[in-house]
Design a protein around this ligand. Structure first.
Ligand SMILES: NC(=O)c1ccc[n+]([C@@H]2O[C@H](COP(=O)([O-])OP(=O)(O)OC[C@H]3O[C@@H](n4cnc5c(N)ncnc54)[C@H](O)[C@@H]3O)[C@@H](O)[C@H]2O)c1
Ligand SMILES: [Fe+2]
Length: 383
C-alpha cells in the first residue's frame, strides 16, 4: 500500500452567497491589488465589473485582463503576465470557467517562478508557490478552481500542455450557483459531461483510493439526476446547485486519482481544432471505457449503479456495457453530437493525434495502457 496525498484548496466556498463571502475573506487577507483574469463574455455579463466594485468598496484595487480565449494559449498567458507586472498586482483572481482559471494559474506560476509556462509542462516542475490565486467559478464544470492541473495550448504547436503541479492549487475556491444560471444549454451540457468524465476516469484510475471513490460515485449520481434538468431549464436553481456540488466532487476525485485516456485524447482535439473540451470528452468517454472494460469491468458496473442502472444479477461485463449505454443515452439527451465527424475532425490526423495523446500526463493512470494502434482505433470508433 502506498501513501495517498490529498490536494485541494484550504478554503472552499460553495452555495448561494458564496461570492459575497469570498470578497469578505479577500478583504481580510491584506492583499492590495488583484489581477482579475477573465474573458469578454463574462465582462459583458457584468460579472467582472461587479467584482471590481465589490473589491473597491473594501479598498482593494483590481485590474481586469479579459484576453483569455477558450482553450487558453501561451500568448494569453504572456499578455496577462505583462499586465500583472505593469500594475504590480500582488494576487490573482480568476473569474470564469476552466479557461480563465488555467490561464490565471499559468500567470501566477510564472510570476513567482520566472521563465516561460512551457518550462512547467509535466508533473511538479516548479520550485516555488505561485502568487496567491482566488478562483471564482462560473461553469459546472472543469473544477479547475480546486485543482493542481493547468492546461495551456502552445500556440506554435497547437498541442495542449498538461501542467500538473501542486503549486497551481488556488488558495480559495468559490462556487456560487447564482453565477452559473446564465450558462446556455449547450455550455451546461458540455461542462456537465466534462464533470462526468472526471468522475468516471478517476473511478477507474489506477491511483483511485477510498476518498476519491466516494467523491466520484456521489458526483456521478448527482450528475445523472441533475444535468438534464439544468440543461432543460437553466433557471432550475436546485439542479444548478446540485451540479455545482457534483463538479466539485468530481474535481476532488480526479485532482487526487488523476484521469485517463479520455482526457489525454480530448486534449489533442481541443488543441488541434479548438473544440470545446467538454464536448470532446463526452464523445470519447463511451469509446475509451469500452476499451477499458477489459481491465475495469467491475468498476464500470459500479458506475452503472451510480448512474441509476439496475445491475443486480448481471456479469461485470454486462454491467460495464450498461454503464456505457447509460453514458451514451445521457449525452444524447443533453444534445452532445454523435461523433467526431460532426465536429469536423479529420481522419487523416488520427495517427498524429494518437502519438501526441500518448505523451499526455493524464493517460498515465488509465486502467489499460493502449498502444498507438489502440488509440487510433478508439478515435475511429468515435468517428
Ligand atoms: N485545470 C483543470 O483542472 C481542468 C479540468 C478540465 C478542463 N480544463 C480546461 O478548461 C477549459 C474549458 O473550460 P470550461 O468548459 O469551463 O469553459 P470556458 O472557460 O472555456 O468557457 C467557455 C465559454 O463559456 C462562457 N461562460 C463561462 N461561464 C459562463 C456563464 N456562467 N454564463 C455564460 N457564459 C459563460 C465563457 O465566457 C466562454 O465563452 C479547457 O481549456 C480545458 O482543457 C481544465
Ligand atoms: Fe476535463
Amino acid at each position: 500500500m502506498s501513501t495517498a496525498t490529498f490536494f485541494m484548496p484550504s478554503v472552499n466556498l460553495i452555495g448561494d452567497g458564496a461570492l459575497e463571502q469570498a470578497v469578505n475573506q479577500v478583504s481580510e487577507s491584506g492583499f492590495r491589488h488583484a489581477l482579475i483574469v477573465t474573458d469578454t463574455p463574462l465582462v459583458e455579463l457584468g460579472y467582472a465589473g461587479q467584482l471590481q466594485q465589490a473589491l473597491a468598496a473594501r479598498d482593494i484595487q483590481a485590474s481586469v485582463f479579459d484576453g483569455v480565449q477558450a482553450n487558453p494559449t501561451t500568448g494569453n498567458v504572456e499578455a496577462g503576465l505583462a499586465l500583472l507586472k505593469q500594475r504590480q498586482c500582488d494576487f490573482v483572481i480568476s473569474l470564469g470557467g476552466g479557461s480563465p482559471h488555467d490561464c490565471a494559474k499559468a500567470i501566477a506560476l510564472v510570476a513567482s517562478n520566472g521563465g516561460d509556462i512551457r518550462d512547467y509542462e509535466g508533473v511538479d516542475k516548479s520550485a516555488k508557490a505561485q502568487l496567491p490565486l482566488v478562483a471564482i467559478n462560473t461553469t459546472a464544470g472543469t473544477a479547475s478552481e480546486i485543482t493542481r492541473f493547468c492546461i495551456i495550448t502552445d500556440e506554435h504547436t497547437h498541442i495542449k500542455m498538461a501542467i500538473v503541479d501542486k503549486h497551481v492549487t488556488p488558495v480559495l475556491s468559490v462556487n456560487d450557483p447564482g453565477l452559473m444560471k446564465n450558462m446556455p444549454a449547450s455550455l451546461t451540457a458540455a461542462t456537465g459531461m466534462d464533470a462526468l468524465t472526471h468522475a468516471v476516469e478517476a473511478y477507474v484510475s489506477t491511483a483511485a483510493n477510498p476518498i476519491t471513490d466516494a467523491c466520484a460515485i456521489k458526483a456521478i449520481t448527482l450528475i445523472s439526476q441533475n444535468l438534464a434538468r439544468a440543461v432543460a431549464n437553466g433557471a432550475d436553481m436546485e439542479a444548478r446547485n446540485n451540479m455545482a456540488y457534483a463538479q466539485l466532487l468530481a474535481g476532488m476525485a480526479f485532482n487526487n486519482a488523476s484521469l485517463g485516456y479520455v482526457h489525454a485524447m480530448a486534449h489533442q482535439l481541443g488543441g488541434f481544432y479548438d473544440l470545446p473540451h467538454g464536448v470532446c470528452n463526452a464523445v470519447l468517454l463511451p469509446h475509451v471505457q469500452r476499451f477499458n472494460s477489459r481491465a475495469a469491468a467491475a468498476r464500470l458496473a459500479e458506475v452503472a449503479a451510480a448512474l441509476g442502472e439496475e445491475v443486480q444479477g448481471l456479469t461485470e461485463q454486462q454491467g460495464a456495457d450498461r454503464c456505457i449505454a447509460a453514458i451514451e443515452r445521457l449525452a444524447r439527451e443533453v444534445g452532445i453530437p454523435a461523433g467526431l465527424r460532426a465536429l469536423k475532425v479529420k481522419e487523416e490526423d488520427f495517427a498524429e493525434l494518437a502519438r501526441n495523446a500518448m505523451k499526455d500526463a493524464c493517460g498515465l493512470t488509465n486502467p489499460v495502457q493502449p498502444s498507438h494502434e489502440d488509440v487510433v482505433e478508439i478515435f475511429r470508433a468515435a468517428y
